[in-house]
Design a protein around this ligand. Structure first.
Ligand code: TYM
Length: 322
């Protein structure tokens, strides 16, 4: 049975990019193998440096993921820092990781280019991510396109370890990237991302959600004129949440003209609101049970630790740490 693993940073509230890029595929895959999903709170320390906020985000992300359909009876769901074994594996891996490879990481270059101070944590972020994946002998890693390079680095690092210490020591994982949702656009048409400030959060209140969606950037084509369907952010998002018939209708109206962007945005808002209605109901149920999220995370950590201990024992022995 294949092992599926993925992680998500608690660096803010979850948005449609997270949902369609990773959570929805991960939730679908939990039925098809042995899944390990975690909240990457060690990784979030690279950007969230306030204890209360980190705790609040971690709890919020766990709650939202469960509300969206992660089934703890199928998937092992845990907090990354509850399995500190991963940091030991990261240290071991860092010794076969070439510095130029890390200097080449898109996410590192992107963040430092935007003025984020270059901490050692941010720099070695991909090594910790490789440890996350390799510690659980993962076969498949569902992610959005922005994580592709991190998966390549993970494979490189695992390959180096195996070359040095034994061909079968670590399993080489494969990314699972769905073409249609690999890059979900944000309000300004760029990739939806917390760091670009263009996100649509999944569990916004109705008024706030409507306001955000109506603020989506469009060109100045007048109401009566035909509009371009390619590269339309409204359509790209609508395709994710509306029925095929609704999408076809909107595409036709784009082509013929006569309907303005304002109306399209109202429809987009309504479709998003409706799409997430069952998740909102489930979230309200979870909220009513104060200890529910913590119970799930603790049970998940216990199971994850068993797998982690066994991989780490294998690696320690292979590299000569006893
Ligand atoms: P993070 O927390 O930035 O994002 C979580 C997941 O959401 C996907 N995603 C998107 N997909 C499509 N379109 C978008 N606009 C969009 N925005 C976000 C991301 O690709 C990701 O899959 N480094 C990881 C967390 C991590 C991890 C791991 C993942 C740590 N260890 C081990 C897999 C395996 C990250 O920062 O994701």
């Amino acid at each position: 049975m294949s092992r599926i693993l993925s992680g998500i940073q608690p660096s803010g509230a979850l948005h449609l990019g997270n949902y369609f890029g990773m959570m929805q595929p991960a939730i679908a895959l939990q039925e098809r193998g042995e899944a390990f999903y975690f909240i990457a709170d060690y990784h979030a320390l690279t950007s969230v440096q306030n204890a209360a906020r980190l705790r609040e985000f971690t709890h919020g992300v766990a709650l939202d993921f469960l509300a969206c359909g992660l089934n703890p009876a199928r998937a092992c769901f845990f907090r990354q820092s509850d399995v500190p074994q991963v940091t030991e594996l990261a240290w071991i891996l860092s010794n076969v990781t070439p510095v130029p490879m890390l200097q080449n990481a898109h996410s590192y270059k992107d963040k430092t280019a935007r003025g984020l101070p270059a901490s050692a944590g941010l720099f070695t972020y991909p090594v910790l991510m490789a440890a996350d994946i390799l510690l659980y002998d993962s076969d498949l890693v569902p992610v959005g396109r922005d994580q592709k390079q991190h998966l390549e680095m993970t494979r490189d690092i695992a390959g180096k370890i195996n070359e040095l210490y034994g061909a079968d020591l670590l399993k080489l994982p494969a990314p699972v990237i769905q073409e249609t949702t690999a890059v979900v656009p944000g309000l300004d048409g760029q990739k939806m991302s917390k760091s670009y400030g263009n996100t649509i959060e999944i569990f916004l209140e109705e008024k706030a959600l409507r306001k955000k969606v109506l603020g989506l950037k469009t060109d100045s084509t007048p109401l009566e004129a035909p509009k371009l369907t390619e590269d339309s952010t409204i359509l790209a998002l609508y395709r994710l949440v509306a029925s095929p018939a609704e999408v076809e209708k909107m595409e036709n109206e784009f082509r013929t003209g006569g309907v303005g962007y304002g109306e399209f945005k109202h429809r987009l808002f309504a479709a998003i609101w409706e799409y997430f209605a069952p998740m909102r109901a489930r979230r309200a149920e979870l909220l009513a049970d104060a200890g529910a999220v913590e119970r799930v995370l603790r049970a998940g950590a216990e199971r994850a630790r068993t797998v982690a201990d066994s991989t780490l024992a294998r690696v320690r022995k292979a590299v000569g740490l006893r």
